[in-house]
Design a binder for this molecule. Structure first.
Ligand code: KIV
Length: 273
């Protein structure tokens, strides 16, 4: 399996995603919500950055993703876009800006691309949002689908547990995945579903799948940045691998700074004018 199909310096586009799928090269995606982190993430060689509506949890401290607004998502996405040179920039469409209303969906997606500079949008759902996806795609806006655990539907499902364990739901998910591909989505997030099902869907589709809590058989992976960097110590689901332990590092730096200020050790003579 190839590890360097794509040019590491060239801007990643939706066409790059297609090439990577065809070549069997895995796609790495993380979330980001601000300029500074976006610059660091891009420098690390990530393929795609998602301005997730998880900003509602991670940035704003809400329990669910439902409260975040279109204006707030556009603000986060524009901050991220200014920090990115290479990665593909995908922005989540927040709850209430696309469901059940194709005209609203198109208007919301157009605002995201125009005002933030994001290059694609992501929507949660299958057959129930078909018309909204069609309308957005008709304007030449690339759409990433999202099936399995769809956190915007938390009030319908009642838990953030693994989805599509039962045959009927798994069959529906496969049908939705094929429909999203048929409509013209360029990629598909599969969240928290059994690994065997995610592998099966990934093998059936010509477009890449990006998994989170969906095993290694997907065409790529996505993690929430603060979770994988250990900045959110209370969140430790089975699927999460921590690549750094920044939470204690940051708190320790703040306590040393606080102690130095109180001891009049900071600033010293070399740190003043
Ligand atoms: O909002 C988000 O961060 C997401 C990812 C978990 C896929 O949708």
């Amino acid at each position: 399996m190839s590890t360097n199909t794509v040019d590491n310096k060239k801007k990643v586009t939706t066409a790059t995603f297609a090439k990577m799928k065809a070549a069997g090269e895995k796609i790495a995606m993380v979330t980001a919500y601000d300029y500074t982190m976006a610059q660091l993430v891009d420098a690390g060689g990530i393929d795609a950055v998602l301005i997730g509506d998880s900003a509602a949890n991670v940035m704003a401290g809400y329990e669910t993703t439902l409260p975040i607004t279109l204006d707030q998502m556009i603000y986060h996405a524009s901050c991220v876009r200014r920090g990115i040179n290479r990665a593909l920039v995908v922005c989540d469409m927040p709850f209430g800006t696309y469901q059940g209303n194709p005209e609203l969906a198109l208007a919301s997606a157009v605002r995201i691309l125009k005002e933030s500079g994001a290059e694609a949008v992501k929507l949660e759902g299958g057959a129930e949002i078909r018309e909204s996806i069609e309308r957005i795609l008709s304007a030449g806006i690339p759409v990433m689908g999202h099936l399995g655990l769809t956190p915007q539907s938390i009030n319908k499902f009642g838990t953030y547990g693994v989805r599509a364990k039962a045959d009927a739901e798994a069959e529906r998910l496969i049908a939705d995945a094929l429909m999203l591909q048929e409509l013209g989505c360029f990629a598909l997030v599969l969240e928290k579903i059994p690994a065997d099902l995610a592998r099966k869907v990934s093998e059936k589709l010509a477009i890449p799948t990006i998994g989170i809590g969906a095993g290694s058989g997907t065409d790529g992976q996505v993690l929430v940045l603060q979770d994988m960097l250990g900045m959110n110590q209370g969140f430790a689901p089975k699927f999460l691998r921590r690549y750094a332990d920044l939470g204690p590092v940051i708190s320790d730096a703040i306590s040393r700074y606080t102690a130095d200020v109180k001891a009049v050790d900071f600033p010293n003579e070399n740190e003043q004018y």
